[in-house]
Write a new protein. Structure first.
Length: 115
C-alpha cells in the first residue's frame, strides 16, 4: 500500500459510524444523562435543604430551637464543599470513558445545562 492509500484508509476509519458512535456518540449520551440527572438532583437537594432551613427558622420563631448564624453558615459551607466534590467526581468519571474525555465531558455539561 502506498502512503495515500493508508491515509485515506485511516481517515475512513476515523469517520466511520462505528468509530464515531463508540468514541463520540455513546460517551456523549452517557455524559448528557449523568449531567441531566445531576442537575435534577441538585435542584431537589436545594428544595429539601431550603424547606429544612425554613422549618428551623419557624421553630426558632416559636422558641423551640435556637440557631446561631455561625452554625448555619458552617453547615451551608459543608454542604457546598460536598456538592463540589461530588460534581468533580462525576465530571472526572464521565471524562474517563473515552481516551480524550472530550465527548463525555461535553455531554455532561450539555445535560447539566438542559436539566
Amino acid at each position: 500500500m502506498n502512503d495515500s492509500a493508508i491515509a485515506s484508509n485511516t481517515a475512513g476509519d476515523i469517520f466511520s459510524s462505528t468509530f464515531l458512535l463508540g468514541n463520540v456518540g455513546a460517551p456523549f449520551v452517557i455524559g448528557m444523562a449523568v449531567g441531566y440527572f445531576a442537575k435534577k438532583m441538585f435542584r431537589i437537594a436545594l428544595f429539601v435543604g431550603g424547606a429544612i432551613i425554613v422549618a428551623l427558622f419557624a421553630c426558632e420563631y416559636y422558641g423551640i430551637v435556637d440557631i446561631s448564624d455561625a452554625n448555619l453558615q458552617s453547615a451551608a459551607s459543608t454542604a457546598t464543599d460536598a456538592a463540589k466534590q461530588s460534581g468533580g467526581f462525576l465530571i472526572d468519571r464521565v471524562s474517563s470513558i473515552t481516551s480524550k474525555g472530550v465527548s463525555g465531558g461535553a455531554g455532561f455539561f450539555l445535560g447539566f445545562k438542559l436539566g
